[in-house]
Design a binder for this molecule. Structure first.
Ligand code: NAP
Length: 309
């Protein structure tokens, strides 16, 4: 049997037939990322570098798992003695109902990106929010708490975790935007207690859900420092930018959670407007390091992981 390369993708069928599918794979695959699409994920190269550096004799793989396959795939993860997994688009919210336990971070965010298997039980956590916080600090040398933030895609798994982190940091201002407006509105209601404190109010409300409409967004962006794309727009070459360059200004910091070799349409729009931009690589790094810490109860080798990316 041919030896599986680290870059290869497994499927639910492989998990169903795991011993045969991975007979010749050494060291064994005992971690992975579940997603659809998942081919773009750089988590394997980062996590495998960390595993090698820490002399942990196992590998991390990609798993192409469709929406209707998540429950079965998670069940097999527990049965097959995996250490755990990461979840990416579109599984982060659906996983809430498919795990045995939520830790505080997953429960608070209402989304899961990290799973640890313990005694065949799935314990869910979320490292996206803290990974985002660290990424903003390292990419822009600013603290989230000092910023007026707009999150586009606030109804998704990552958008929810990012918005919750902004609330926990008690950032200056938070504006939630989502294709399905009701989800942004519901999240704003949930986060309202975080913004009821004594901070001085400026001309705009500290917490708002806003419909995805150019005129409304233009008015809001005058009172925003950091714009975050938490939608998958930018993952495909044919995608349009979630916000056009004409709405951006040089004072904006633009953070695209999407990452890749080329600049995303949003980052190209930011450059056109003279705004600073960063892609999701540093968030990937920091959320991944925090996941590693959850799986192995030890610090992740951050420099090794950064170099691998
Ligand atoms: P998700 O749970 O499926 O959420 C997707 C969000 O994007 C929802 O708010 C959805 O709006 C919106 N959306 C989807 N397609 C859209 C479209 N065509 N136009 C406008 N809005 C659209 O996905 P997720 O797991 O949060 O991931 C979202 C993105 O974040 C992905 O690109 C992922 O790679 C990236 N991400 C990066 C990192 C990192 O470390 N860099 C970490 C996490 C996530 P509705 O509510 O209307 O459906």
């Amino acid at each position: 049997m041919k030896k599986k390369r680290r870059t290869e993708r497994y499927t639910l069928a492989d998990l169903d037939n795991w011993r045969e599918a991975t007979l010749a794979v050494k060291p064994p695959m005992r971690l992975g990322v579940f997603g659809d699409p998942v081919a773009h994920s750089l988590s394997p190269q980062m996590q495998n570098a960390a595993l090698r550096a820490c002399k942990i004799d196992m590998q991390y793989a990609r798993f192409h798992i469709r929406v209707n396959e998540l429950r079965s795939a998670l069940h097999l993860l527990a049965e097959l003695d995996f250490i755990g997994a990461n979840l990416t688009v579109p599984h982060k919210i659906a996983a809430l109902a498919a795990v045995d336990e939520l830790d505080e971070r997953a429960a608070r965010a209402g989304a899961v990106n990290t799973i640890r298997v313990r005694d065949k039980k799935l314990i869910a956590s979320n490292t996206d929010g803290e990974g985002f916080l660290r990424a903003i600090r390292s990419d822009f040398s600013v603290d989230l708490r000092d910023l007026r933030v707009m999150v586009i895609g606030a109804g998704g798994g990552s958008g929810r975790a990012i918005a919750m982190q902004c609330a926990l940091e008690n950032c200056e201002r938070l504006v939630l935007v989502n294709r399905t407006f009701e989800k942004a509105k519901a999240l704003a209601e949930q986060l309202r207690p975080f913004f009821a404190g004594p901070r001085v109010l400026g001309p705009a409300a500290r917490l708002e859900a806003v419909a995805w409409d150019e005129i409304l967004l233009r008015a809001q962006l005058a009172h925003i420092d950091l714009l975050v794309n938490a939608t998958p727009l930018g993952m495909k070459p044919s995608d349009s930018t979630p916000i056009p360059a004409r709405l951006l200004a040089p004072h904006h910091m633009v953070f695209d959670t999407v990452y890749g070799v080329q600049a995303t349409p949003l980052l190209r729009a930011a450059a056109e407007a003279g705004a600073r931009g960063a892609n999701g690589l540093s968030m990937l790094l920091h959320q991944g390091a925090l996941s590693f810490q959850i799986w192995f109860d030890r610090e992740a080798p951050l420099d090794v992981m950064r170099a691998a990316l």
